[in-house]
Design a protein around this ligand. Structure first.
Ligand code: HEM
Length: 392
């Protein structure tokens, strides 16, 4: 949304009082709560209350600040939902840590991803996908009715085998993720799941090398184990299984003409070579389909950060003065449906990405999807998210 920006710094519009009123609106309207405010204030930056007060940002230019660790610090929470760090024995994972500890933890995680890359994560994925394809081809009605769970198992197998050389109990991955901020029974189940994952990881063939890498990065063995547990469970298993399930659902309702083009493209490319990263580059229809899924259904639709100090926020709706300790809420879902960037944003149209310039407007862990790592790293969180250093 571009609303004639002026150069004057302004106050953030909107009010965040009457918490109950806001929360009822949010629960009943979902994203409609944010759209209503955007239209009311004619601004992509405005005040909200999601149970906690915050400043909502829904344009790419404004959202960039959430990746600038000179201005932002992280908390182990998603708005009013606190992550259950008890699942990690009280350790804070890289995603929620700050300063030097964060730099060390993230350096460690990027190194671990590099090692997984070298030890053929792509080949592991292809092998496991083939196994599951055989199972799915002979699926009975029970398996068909639990297809989402089967995709989650596949994702669990890929990541744990690629990083630890073992496949863990997929149910433990599920309960651990589900209890991320749950209470009571959900939390008890999550604790049992997390405990099972920790045992499997500790007994895995890759643990010795992983702990050596942790030692070299200057972090303790326990911290390292908890960082990988969080990354594999929350970031990769949570993010990728969500994206894969949406891909499947979208495939099911995809217009037949596009589906046919995608199918023929895959058959043609694979008729003269094996599945590889190079082969994928020759499949633009498939690539654009995935980009469109990630645009319309970003697996991380909102994320959060708190301001370290007063500063001026640059956005498509102008410049706003922001105070210290404000909670910023980046709404990727809305930025990906910005009608000033994407024609008919609510329509599923993979062919829109034939215009490659649009890829810059897909936001990921490192900011825009296409962005190269900057040559001079200011802070470590400025580096790409591990997803971008992995080529699955
Ligand atoms: C489609 C899949 C994925 C999406 C959309 C995604 C998106 C994101 C986003 C938006 C963040 C920032 C969250 C925040 O700061 O609150 C993030 C962080 C992170 N992601 Fe992903 N991610 C995906 C998959 C993965 C995978 C496969 C891995 C690792 C194997 C991974 C590892 C991480 C890690 C470790 C962080 C925290 C980085 C830090 O410490 O600053 N993600 N991701």
């Amino acid at each position: 949304m571009q609303v004639s920006p002026d150069c004057e710094e302004k106050e953030v519009p909107g009010n965040d009082k009457w918490k109950l009123f806001h929360v009822v609106n949010l629960v009943t309207k979902g994203h409609g709560y944010f759209y209503g405010k955007r239209d009311k204030y004619k601004s992509s930056v405005f005040r909200i209350n999601m149970g906690v007060k915050g400043i909502h940002i829904c344009d790419k230019k404004g959202i960039k600040v959430l990746f600038d660790m000179e201005k932002i610090y992280k908390e182990p929470a998603f708005g009013r939902l606190n992550y259950n760090t008890v699942l990690l024995d009280g350790y804070t994972p890289s995603m929620f840590s700050n300063g030097i500890p964060h730099e060390k933890q993230k350096t460690f995680l990027l190194q671990i991803c590099e090692i997984a890359q070298q030890s053929k994560i792509f080949e592991t994925s292809v092998k496991i996908i083939k196994e599951y394809s055989t199972i799915w081809q002979n699926a009975d009605s029970k398996l068909k009715s639990t297809w989402e769970q089967s995709i989650m198992h596949l994702t669990s197998d890929i990541f744990t085998e690629a990083f630890f050389g073992v496949r863990v109990d997929p149910h433990s991955m599920y309960t651990c993720l589900k209890g991320s901020w749950g209470k009571g029974r959900a939390l008890r189940k999550a604790l049992a799941g997390a405990s099972c994952l920790k045992t499997s990881f500790r007994e895995s063939p890759a643990i010795t090398n992983i702990l050596k890498t942790a030692h070299d990065a200057g972090i303790s063995e326990e911290q390292a184990l908890m960082d990988i547990l969080f990354m594999l469970n929350f970031n990769s298993y949570g993010g990728v299984s969500g994206a894969l399930r949406t891909c499947m659902a979208r495939l099911y309702v995809l217009e037949p003409e596009y589906k046919e083009k995608m199918k023929n493209e895959i058959i043609t490319v694979l008729s003269h070579q094996n599945l590889s990263v190079e082969a994928f580059k020759e499949m633009p229809h498939l690539n654009n389909f995935i980009l469109e899924v990630l645009r319309m259904h970003p697996p991380v639709p909102v994320f959060f950060g708190r301001t370290k100090d007063n500063f001026i926020l640059d956005s498509e709706s102008g410049r706003f003065s922001i105070k210290k300790d404000e909670l910023l809420v980046a709404n990727v879902h809305m930025a990906h449906r910005d009608e000033s960037i994407f024609d008919q944003p609510n329509k599923f149209m993979p062919s829109r990405f034939e215009n490659e310039a649009l890829i810059d407007h897909i936001i990921f862990g490192y900011g825009p999807f296409n962005e190269e790592p900057r040559p001079k790293i200011i802070t470590v969180r400025d580096r790409p998210s591990p997803l971008q250093s992995l080529r699955l």
